[in-house]
Design a protein around this ligand. Structure first.
Ligand SMILES: Cc1ncc(COP(=O)(O)O)c(C=O)c1O
Length: 276
């Protein structure tokens, strides 16, 4: 409700990319928790619930955890921690939402089933795209009443979609065929991280890599961003360089061992050549 507070990790998608939309559509504020890798505990949440009314006289009405946490480098919330947060939220009558946009990465890496993640929250969303490999689509999971309300809000903000069958078909294919293979993405990300860590001047920020995201920094860049982009572009390697000289590389369907080797060769040439 307007004026309420959402507790989320400071570096989460909800607080960052969705922040302006949330304040515009729902008129709520976000109280960010700043912890390593974006992973917080029940104690952090309890602190935020206590702090919010002292700071702003407003109440926390939603807690959300991003699992895996993108900006943290695909980090995973331990299931025991999620269970404690859920239990705290139940006691304080606050819904607990899991932004599980990459929940299947968390599941494949941790061995915790998606159903078990679903049991430690009131609602959960996941993307059919990203690691699952469908072209488009996200799913919201929750109680019947919650979903009724979500549908109604969705329609009110222009999110109704009558032709969703074609989207669902791609999503079903992804769920049936592309979950287990995510272990390959995690292996590939680890290989990439190890190779990058061997390059002089490169620091892997999220070692040991937990899932399919590698964050790394070029300590002393010796080329400009456009030169760097051109060199990578020529060699067909895509890396998120919006925070140059910090980078984010993501492994996914269609990126196999061969492509990882090519990326490593490219990084070796680009970083090596520039440093020489
Ligand atoms: C962590 C996280 N949550 C939520 C979303 C939103 O996904 P969608 O807009 O596909 O529902 C994204 C998409 O990039 C994301 O990375």
């Amino acid at each position: 409700r307007p004026g309420d507070i959402i507790v989320a990790s400071e570096s989460s998608h909800v607080a960052g990319r969705e922040g302006p939309g949330i304040s515009n559509l729902a008129a709520v504020a976000i109280l960010g928790i700043d912890t390593p890798g974006g992973i917080f505990t029940a104690d952090d949440v309890a602190g935020a619930i206590k702090e919010a009314p002292l700071r702003s006289r407003a109440k926390v009405r939603l807690v959300t955890a991003e699992n895996t946490h993108n900006a943290g480098g695909g980090t995973i919330f331990p299931i025991a921690s999620l269970r404690r947060i859920h239990s705290l939220c139940r006691k304080t009558d606050i819904p607990f939402h899991i932004d599980g946009s990459r929940i299947f990465n968390a599941s494949v890496a941790s061995g915790v089933t998606p159903a078990d993640y679903g049991k430690v929250c009131h609602s959960l969303m996941f993307c059919l795209s990203k690691g699952l490999g469908a072209p488009v689509g996200s799913i919201v999971v929750g109680s019947r009443d919650f979903l009724e309300e979500a549908r109604s809000v969705g329609v009110r903000i222009g999110g109704g979609m009558r032709q969703s069958g074609i989207v669902a078909a791609g999503g079903l294919y992804a769920l049936r065929n592309n979950v287990r293979r995510m272990a390959e993405d995690h292996e590939n990300a680890k290989t990439l991280a190890r190779s990058l860590a061997d390059l002089p001047g490169i620091e892997v920020i999220n070692a040991p890599v937990e899932t399919n995201i590698v964050l790394f920094q070029w300590k002393i860049p010796t080329v400009s961003l456009p030169e760097f982009q051109e060199a990578l572009h020529e060699r067909g390697v895509l890396v998120d360089d919006r925070s140059f000289p910090f980078f984010r590389a993501v492994t996914h369907l269609g990126i196999g061992k061969k492509e990882i080797a090519r990326a490593v060769r490219t990084f070796r040439q680009v970083f090596g050549r520039a440093a020489a």
